[in-house]
Design a protein around this ligand. Structure first.
Ligand code: PMP
Length: 398
């Protein structure tokens, strides 16, 4: 018999499956609100002008393609640190942060998970209920037992904050708690700064290991505003991890540009942690790819390009906000009753619409509007051409 005869068919990724279904749909008016990707008002994946400029520079220089260091491009890692912790911040000056380039935000999470597994194999992982689909799978595959802490409250379309806090306080010391730094995926519901203060205190009191997933810095309120939560964790004196993704904020999805930062107690500990991160990377894929991180490092360290990036990122953020406001208006005009302000309160690319799986299926089959069965729609895929049809379709199934 074949070595692989007993291999079972794995379930399809639900969102990629949705994409295949979308591509096969002959409906000319179809709209894809499933995948978590930012599209411009023409429904196109943007190429940021700052990225195009950096790309031109790099192509003209036509650099040799040697191996990178295991932890990636030094200038890139430094630029990531500046963005996440604030350039020149005390924690960076004290040499307390180990940062490595990673294969997207997913890669940052996996390198961090592998490090944590070596340190404390019996630790449990808590993710939000609900969370990005891959959190559970990724930490489970890294060998952890994964459970959830309460998060979304369908009744109020808000956060079950008291229950969340109670769950964190009750978790055994050493528990790894995965937190969405901003723009919670899939709900769009973020904690307030005051709530974050309580979460930080709970993590501290219970001796938890916070792992902040920052996949959307700049898509919520702004680069600094979205990063402020990191400052709160630093101020607490806790050790913690942060994964960074530039997939969305630079529209560099396929280049796989991300990072992992580990905040340690002191410089010596940081050096030791970095050496272990390098082992994790070395034994998985040896060293990261060059191109995407070069683009990001070039943009972040060239003042004119950096300013351009901040402007373009603000443009994406504001376009999403405008789509949220327009959706509220158009849903109300189409006769959807009730308070729709939750749509504009939500942050980032996603909205939990509150629609049932059955309603989401009707949206697909009757109107060619594709969202996730959980009711999650990608607001960043709405545009001035498709929003009327989407609002009408939602009104029809509501
Ligand atoms: N974390 C969250 C919450 C995400 O939504 C995503 C992207 N969908 C990621 C991590 C992974 O990002 P990347 O594509 O850079 O691996």
């Amino acid at each position: 018999a074949s070595v692989f005869a007993a291999v079972q068919m794995a379930p399809r990724d639900p969102i990629l499956g949705l994409n295949e279904q979308f591509n096969a749909d002959p409906n000319p008016a179809k709209v894809n609100l499933g995948v978590g990707v930012y599209f411009d008002d023409n429904g196109k994946l943007p190429v940021l002008a700052c990225v195009a400029a950096a790309e031109k520079q790099l192509l003209e220089a036509s650099k040799p393609k040697g191996y990178l260091p295991i932890d990636g491009i030094a200038a890139y890692d430094k630029a990531v640190q500046g963005l996440v912790f604030g350039a020149g911040s005390e924690v960076l000056q004290a040499g307390r942060v180990a940062t490595v380039q990673a294969l997207g935000g997913t890669g940052g999470l996996k390198v961090g998970a592998d490090l944590l597994k070596k340190l404390n194999p019996a630790a449990r992982v808590l993710i939000s209920d609900p969370s990005w689909e891959n959190h559970r799978a990724l930490f489970t595959n890294a060998g952890f037992e994964v459970s959830t802490y309460p998060y979304y409250d369908a009744a109020t379309r808000g956060i079950r904050f008291d229950a969340m806090l109670a769950a964190l306080k009750a978790a055994p010391a050493g528990t790894i708690v995965v937190l969405h730094a901003c723009c919670h995926n899939p709900t769009g519901c973020d904690l307030t700064p005051a709530q974050w203060t309580e979460v930080v205190a709970a993590c501290q009191a219970a001796g938890l290991v916070p792992f902040l997933d920052m996949a959307y810095q700049g898509f919520g309120e702004g680069i600094a505003e979205d990063g402020a939560v990191i400052g709160q964790f630093v101020a607490s004196g806790l050790q913690f991890l942060v994964s960074t993704s530039f997939s969305k904020s630079f529209s560099l999805y396929g280049e796989r540009v991300g990072a992992l930062s580990v905040v340690c107690a002191d410089r010596d500990e940081t050096t030791r942690v970095l050496s272990q991160l390098k082992i994790v990377i070395r034994t998985n894929y040896s060293n990261p790819p060059t191109f995407g991180a070069q683009l990001v490092a070039t943009v972040l360290t060239t003042p004119a390009l950096r300013a351009q990036w901040e402007e373009e990122l603000a443009g994406m953020r504001l376009r999403i906000r405008a789509m949220r406001a327009a959706l509220v208006e158009k849903l109300a005009a189409a006769g959807v009753p009730g308070d729709l302000s939750y749509i504009t309160r939500q942050k980032g690319m996603f909205s939990y619409s509150g629609l049932s799986a059955e309603q989401m299926q009707r949206l697909r089959s009757e109107f060619g509007v594709y969202g996730v069965d959980s009711g999650r729609i990608c607001v960043a895929a709405l545009n001035s051409k498709n929003i009327d049809a989407v609002a009408k379709a939602i009104a029809q199934v509501s």
